[in-house]
Ligand binder design. Structure first.
Ligand SMILES: Nc1ncnc2c1ncn2[C@@H]1O[C@H](COP(=O)(O)OP(=O)(O)OP(=O)(O)O)[C@@H](O)[C@H]1O
Length: 247
């Protein structure tokens, strides 16, 4: 049997206090998984460890069977990390930025140009493709950063609140790109505070509260756990209040 896209075992991290505690999580290939949780629950810290930006105190991270702590370079080659703070070079245009990032990943130039142009069109950036990113709004920068993260054809896309601050049209473009990727077999894990997005897009939802995974499953499974037919918002509030960690 092939390895899952992501397997976390006993993932643990403390700063001045425990922030992520003993997280076990498995995400299948081609799955769209949403991480929900109140502010400060530890979601970003989990994703930063998965993306290789932060070292866990304990635990294991396996990405398509690659031990991400032992072989971070191999793990990064198959993953994309999209932070909620887009970092793009001001003095480059979107096309130049994508060309630069593709060069870092040593993507074959013709393939890189084709992917870059496809992403520019998908994300509605064509009218600005040759303008300097320095003059872009935060939403436009978010889209350029997303395109940059996808240029090397990653198989696991990790996103921290990718839709925050986007207008309805841009949010739709980003959602469509992610859904299209999932349809083509790519795996997506993302945090969101927009419960409707988790409800509509994710196949499974994990709820983090106080650094622990307090529940996970499909929406139907989470409803079953709560024991009544209700909205994701009710389920979410119920689960986090049970943990004494209501937002
Ligand atoms: N580098 C750091 N140093 C010290 N504390 C940190 C650091 N990074 C995160 N924390 C703390 O860890 C806790 C979890 O933060 P994290 O950003 O993972 O939460 P989150 O669930 O993503 O929250 P939000 O929904 O508000 O983005 C918070 O109390 C935060 O202050």
């Amino acid at each position: 049997m092939s390895s899952p896209a992501l397997a976390l075992r006993g993932l643990t991290k403390a700063f001045d206090r425990p922030v992520v505690e003993n997280i076990d999580l498995t995400i299948a290939r081609g799955e769209f998984y949403a991480l929900l949780g109140p502010n400060g629950a530890g979601k970003t810290t989990i994703l930063r460890m998965v993306a290789g930006l932060l070292k866990p105190d304990a635990g294991a991270i396996s990405i398509f069977g690659i031990d991400a702590l032992a072989d971070p370079v191999a793990a990064k080659q198959v993953t994309a990390w999209v932070s909620d703070e887009p970092m793009v070079y001001d003095r480059l245009t979107p096309l130049e930025y994508l060309d630069f990032v593709a060069g870092l990943w040593q993507v074959e130039p013709r393939r890189a140009a084709a992917v870059a142009n496809e992403l520019i069109d998908w994300l509605g950036l064509r009218p600005h493709a040759n303008e300097l990113c320095g003059g872009f709004s935060k939403g436009m920068l978010q889209k350029v950063a997303l395109a940059g993260a996808l240029v090397h054809d990653p198989q696991l896309i990790i996103l921290d609140e990718p839709l925050t601050g986007l207008d309805a049209g841009s949010a739709r473009q980003v959602k469509d790109v992610l859904l299209d990727k999932v349809r083509s077999g790519v795996t997506v894990i993302m945090t969101t505070h927009i419960l409707e997005v988790a409800e509509r897009m994710a196949q499974r939802i994990g709820v983090i509260a106080g650094g622990r995974l307090v529940a996970e499953g499909t929406l139907a499974e989470l409803r079953q756990r709560i024991g009544r037919e209700t909205t994701l918002e009710e389920i979410f509030l119920d689960l986090v209040s049970q943990q004494g960690a209501a937002p």
